[in-house]
Ligand binder design. Structure first.
Ligand code: URA
Length: 199
């Protein structure tokens, strides 16, 4: 997972680091897929390393690519409001990341190969953070995390158990910007999240 360490057989270590900070450093130097050629910054993720709730989006957009932070554009503002106003917690209390850590040019949906190449980073993030709940934002995040390609409108708000993790899919905030009437459904999904967290 590194391209910077010269090849010395006895020193090769292909396992990913066991702290979020060293994992982040490793991801910063990742060149495993073509997205590394066009990205400005790797968007590893941010938030509480011991968060109970992990939000997973699709991939960085323009603003995220230039700032290195997830969900800072218009959809990020909406996500922050949803966290604060519905869950009644601060954005800093959750952890937010994406399926792919580098921006797909023209904001394209990450390809299966890109998502697959980036998957070990996400899996390791989940293992290290050990969230009680994972909220996937949009069809792409849900599909790549679970392998289930049921329509998002049918699975949103439905608890999906996988490897001891509880996943709740909901709509992506950018979908809400285009379809404000779906906010009601996301509100319901987040109330479910809140309810589960209080139990
Ligand atoms: N959309 C995403 O899916 N992720 C981001 O970080 C920003 C916008």
């Amino acid at each position: 997972y590194t391209s910077v360490i010269p090849f010395k057989e006895e020193e090769q270590d292909f396992t990913l680091p066991n702290t979020l900070e060293s994992l982040r450093k490793q991801a910063m130097e990742c060149h495993l897929c073509e997205l590394s050629k066009s990205r400005h910054k790797v968007v590893f993720g941010e938030g509480d390393m011991n968060a109970d709730i992990l939000f997973i989006g699709e991939g960085p957009g323009t603003m995220e690519d230039s700032s290195g932070k997830p969900f800072v554009g218009r959809s990020g503002e909406l996500l922050t409001k949803m966290i604060e106003n519905v869950l009644n917690i601060s954005r800093d209390d959750v952890y937010i990341t994406n399926i792919v850590k580098c921006r797909p040019p023209n904001n394209a949906t990450p390809t299966p190969a890109q998502a697959h190449t980036c998957q070990p980073y996400l899996m390791k993030q989940i293992e290290l953070i050990q969230p009680k709940l994972i909220v996937t934002l949009g069809a792409t995040a849900y599909h790549y995390l679970t392998g289930d390609d049921t329509e998002i409108s049918k699975v949103r708000g439905v608890i999906h158990k996988q490897n001891n993790y509880t996943i709740i899919p909901t709509y992506h905030p950018s979908y809400l910007l285009r379809n404000p009437s779906a906010k009601k459904e996301v509100f319901d999904d987040l109330l479910k999240v809140k309810d589960l967290m209080e139990k």
